[in-house]
Design a protein around this ligand. Structure first.
Ligand code: ATP
Ligand code: MG
Length: 299
């Protein structure tokens, strides 16, 4: 198959998203021959090639139709989109799905010892950030004027270096902020990774492959959220026990050898089972409650 007919997907080469992107492709059944030296990696079992780049380049590659799909943090996607729109350029893409990794928030943070009551306290502040467009949009909504300083790395040292009064940076646990004597005061944007597709239509074969990958991603997401639950239950409590299990419609009921009063119940639940629910089930007479992970699901 020629390059033109292969589905081209851009993902981050090295960083917080790269490991999980390759894991996702693997779970979707896409086998890739990885080579650290190469910009492009090829799949050995599907007409797919992977372009491995810095995450900042991924939205543009999709907007410009250089790649068919991109896996990218929404923060980077929306920052690039706002940047292009503000310079009068067109932005074309379709968001196909959100992913369950790369979760983080873009937050304003200030010196730990400074008082803070609300965002108006940042009126006329100098704020260091790698996300000037997302910050500008937020501050405009809040009606607060400020000056931004663009830093592409080490944003968290800006206040102690005397470069800025505050920062606007990505946070997940908050440990980096704390280590730099800062406190988070506002979360202005919540992000996860997502899959985007270029706007111009793909060939029928490529679109069919995209649809297949999407269905597999949904299958993986559903499976991680769902659990396979097995338990033994008294026959006369089946309705009450079923009502306690989240998202269950028709449980499978199986007879138990040498026991006329109890049955085995197998169900796929769309949520995990909390200890509290398991304890309630036990109070109702259920026993041998097992909660098992599901690897893949095709509804
Ligand atoms: P690149 O060299 O590709 O430009 P980078 O340094 O810009 O990499 P990473 O730090 O690898 O980017 O982060 C990639 C993405 O991971 C972020 O844009 C964000 O969507 C997500 N992410 C999740 N948690 C965090 C976090 N705590 N800090 C930064 N990014 C995070
Ligand atoms: Mg980057």
């Amino acid at each position: 198959m020629t390059t033109k007919n292969r589905l081209r997907i851009a993902m981050q080469k090295k960083g917080r998203l790269s490991q999980e992107c390759s894991e996702l492709l693997k779970q979707c059944g896409v086998k890739i021959i990885w080579n650290d030296q190469r910009l492009i990696a090829y799949s050995e079992n599907m007409p797919i090639e992977i372009l491995r780049v810095r995450d900042d380049d991924i939205p543009g590659l999709v907007f410009d139709g250089v790649v068919d799909l991109g896996i990218i943090g929404e923060n980077v996607l929306e920052e690039e989109e706002l940047g292009r729109l503000s310079s009068g350029e067109d932005v074309n893409y379709k968001k196909l799905c959100q992913l369950d990794f790369g979760g983080c928030r873009l937050s304003l943070a200030i010196d730990r010892d400074k008082n803070y009551s609300n965002v108006k306290d940042l009126e006329n502040a100098v704020i260091a950030t790698s996300y000037p467009n997302l910050l500008k949009r937020y501050m405009k909504e809040q009606g607060v004027s400020f000056k931004s300083i663009l830093l592409t790395g080490s944003v968290e040292v800006a206040p102690s270096a005397g470069i800025a009064n505050a920062i606007c940076d990505l946070v997940s646990s908050g440990a980096t902020l704390e280590a730099n004597g800062l406190k988070e005061v506002e979360a202005i944007y919540h992000s996860t990774a997502c899959v985007i597709q270029r706007k111009e239509p793909l060939s029928a074969e490529k679109q069919a492959l995209v649809n297949k990958l999407l269905a597999r991603i949904r299958g993986i997401q559903q499976a991680t959220e769902s659990k396979y639950i097995m338990l033994h239950a008294p026959k006369d409590k089946l309705a009450e026990i079923t009502a306690l299990l989240p998202g269950v419609e028709n449980p499978t009921i199986l007879p138990l050898a040498n026991d006329q009063t109890r049955v085995a119940m197998h169900v796929v639940s769309q949520e995990n089972l909390f200890w509290e629910t398991m304890e309630k089930l036990k109070e109702m007479g259920a026993s041998s409650v097992l909660v098992l992970p599901i690897e893949k699901m095709l509804a």
